[in-house]
Write a protein that binds this ligand. Structure first.
Ligand code: ADP
Ligand code: ZN
Length: 213
């Protein structure tokens, strides 16, 4: 199964992608996670990406596309994958389409997460992630048992540097102008499935599963 999760920052794509990856035993490919790792390692890629990410801008299409082209050719993607945070522009979507065509593969579904923008801001400003296992918490809606510590593995929680009000607003703006047009792009191709992003994480997961089965 090959899925694309489409939606604004804070819509819950990452959370659902992890759950889907587990259920279907296929990898979650998050360009955001890959880029953050590169920034932490201070690799060449990380150095290129850092300034864009800190400003809430997209990294250049060529960088994102190259990452994905390499990734989906890897062995662990043979049975499928879940793209989380890619494509984010029409150019990225077109290049992905070309790459898949070369590989004689197709996307099964594009799941579109719709969430009210005010809700997104609340979610992102309070978001905390585990530095070790990636589990997500929220200051108000999903606090860990001990402040600043992951419930699952005991490691320290951190706030993403781009989860501050100013950068969040920029990311939402970039989403509207660059990524939103992808809905029409995939609707025309007949594989867009829209989800009501409401309810608990488990309720949304059931909805997602119903859409792809
Ligand atoms: P979110 O969806 O919560 O904003 P991500 O973790 O998906 O966060 O992405 C974080 C940042 O990484 C983005 O703001 C952007 O700078 C960069 N990024 C991630 N994926 C892409 C992509 N496909 N194209 C360009 N930039 C990307
Ligand atoms: Zn953890």
């Amino acid at each position: 199964m090959r899925l694309i999760l489409l939606g604004p920052p804070g819509a819950g794509k990452g959370t659902q992608a992890k759950m889907l990856a587990e259920k279907f035993s296929i990898p979650q490919i998050s360009t955001g996670d890959i880029l953050r790792k590169a920034v932490n390692l201070d690799s060449e890629l990380g150095r290129q990406a850092k300034a864009y990410m800190g400003d809430g801008q997209l990294v250049p299409d060529e960088i994102a596309i190259e990452l994905i082209r390499e990734k989906i050719k890897e062995e662990d993607c043979a049975q499928g994958f879940i793209l989380d945070g890619f494509p984010r522009t029409i150019v990225q979507a077109e290049k992905l389409g070309e790459t898949l065509k070369e590989m004689k593969l197709e996307i099964d579904a594009v799941i579109d997460f719709e969430v009210d923008p005010h809700e997104l801001i609340v979610r992102l400003t309070g978001r905390r992630s585990c530095s070790n296992c990636g589990a997500m918490f929220h200051d108000e809606t999903r606090p860990p048992a001990t402040a600043g510590v992951c419930d699952h593995c005991g490691h320290e929680l951190y706030q993403r540097p781009d989860d501050n009000k100013e950068t969040i607003l920029k990311r939402l703006e970039v989403y509207d102008s660059e990524t939103m047009p992808l809905k029409e792009f995939y609707r025309k191709r007949g594989n867009l499935k829209t989800l009501e992003g409401r309810g608990t994480v488990d309720e949304i997961f059931s909805q997602v599963c119903a859409l792809v089965s």
